[in-house]
Design a protein around this ligand. Structure first.
Ligand code: PLP
Length: 358
């Protein structure tokens, strides 16, 4: 099938093949990866390999820590506030869609939250301007969502030289773009779109930010605790981390994040070119300058045809093209593992459908 699922999403075919070959008798240990002790040298090798390759691929500076946590990106919504939002401060959230709203909502249950900028009044079709002069001494951190999986918008660059830490949810575009660490203090991402399978959440943060974290938390919710144990405080999701290590191998073999970035643009452009050349048959949701290179959202201008489009697409083997249930329409998720030729096939399907029905 042609899998365009928004998440969990395709795993690169060579990764699945390698996992099939070695996962169930890892390095002739007679054990599957998920049967090995997380304290064994064999597992530790996988663990540190995954950390080191993420550091290499994302050019993570030495003064940053890479953590593997559980609970999905959603638990980070709460952990960020638990660790970095003291009572006398407020956290500034940029609202660009459902996930950033959820992040803000979870933080609100734990402390003071303000909206630094929002594109809600425009149905989240653009990325709002951030006025850094609104950041005050009371601001604990700025939180934003680099790619808005549901609305199909993406930040092309991040606020420059902010006076407070910037924390970014990169769940749907990690490993598809480089990260300007000078202006970014922490990122987090569930692995299940671009970095492997669900079960592990990648967190990368500046050590100085980590040092400022609340240390009166239950240890399992404390970044300091997880960092001090190299993410081996409790049993980590070993199989998911193993898959992430294979995904990082695969990306490295293809030429790294730069190549993922190039491919992401190439794939997204194929679909956007159909939308733009369709004389209004397909209508894109995002404003052109805010278009995501990971999730392309559009609708059929003739609503009656949309159901037919999705049904025919499904019958042709295209999976996961329905828009998120909260917004409807269609969504094409072109994450790293989606092959270029699958996107080309979808492009011609969209063109043929248009020709027959316009
Ligand atoms: N943030 C973004 C940008 C997402 O796309 C998603 C899931 O799709 C989440 C957070 C939630 O992730 P999880 O299901 O790992 O909690």
């Amino acid at each position: 099938v042609y899998n365009f699922n928004p998440g969990p999403s395709p795993i690169p075919a060579p990764v699945l093949k390698k996992a099939k070959e070695e996962m169930f008798n890892y390095e002739n240990s007679g054990m599957a990866v998920m049967e090995m002790s997380h304290r064994s040298p064999l597992y530790e090798k996988i663990h540190y390999q995954a950390i080191n390759q993420l550091k290499e691929l994302l050019s993570v500076p030495d003064d940053y820590e890479v953590l593997f946590l559980q609970g999905g990106a959603s638990l980070q919504f709460a952990m960020v506030a638990l660790n970095f939002l003291p009572e006398n401060k407020e956290a500034a959230y940029v609202l660009t869609g459902s996930w950033s709203e959820k992040a803000a909502k979870e933080a609100q249950t734990l402390g003071n939250v303000t909206t630094l900028a929002t594109s809600e009044s425009n149905q989240f079709k653009h990325i709002p301007e951030v006025d850094l002069s609104k950041v005050t001494e009371k601001t604990a951190y700025i939180h934003l969502t680099s790619n808005n999986t549901i609305y199909g918008t993406q930040w092309s660059s991040f606020p420059k030289e902010p006076a407070v830490p910037v924390i970014i949810d990169m769940s749907s575009d990690i490993l598809s773009r480089s990260i300007p660490w000078n202006d970014v203090d922490m990122i987090y991402a569930g692995a299940q779109k671009n970095a492997g399978m669900s079960g592990v959440t990648i967190v990368i943060m500046k050590k100085s930010l980590l040092e400022s974290a609340n240390d009166k938390l239950p240890p399992s919710l404390s970044y300091k605790q997880h960092a001090s144990k190299d993410s081996l405080y409790n049993t980590p999701p070993t199989a998911a981390i193993y898959i992430t290590s294979l995904v990082t191998d695969w990306i490295k073999g293809l030429g790294g994040v730069e190549e993922m970035q190039r491919l992401a643009k190439q794939k997204a452009d194929l679909i956007y070119s159909v939308i733009d050349g369709s004389s209004g048959f397909y209508t894109g949701h995002a404003e052109p300058e805010a278009r995501s290179k990971m999730n392309i959202t559009f609708k059929l201008t003739n609503e009656n045809l949309e159901k037919e489009f999705l049904t025919q697409a499904k019958n042709t083997g295209f999976i996961g093209l329905n828009g998120h249930r909260s917004v409807g329409g269609c969504r094409v998720s072109t994450y790293n593992a989606v092959p270029l030729n699958h996107v080309e096939k979808l492009k011609s399907f969209m063109e043929t459908f248009m020709k027959k029905n316009a």
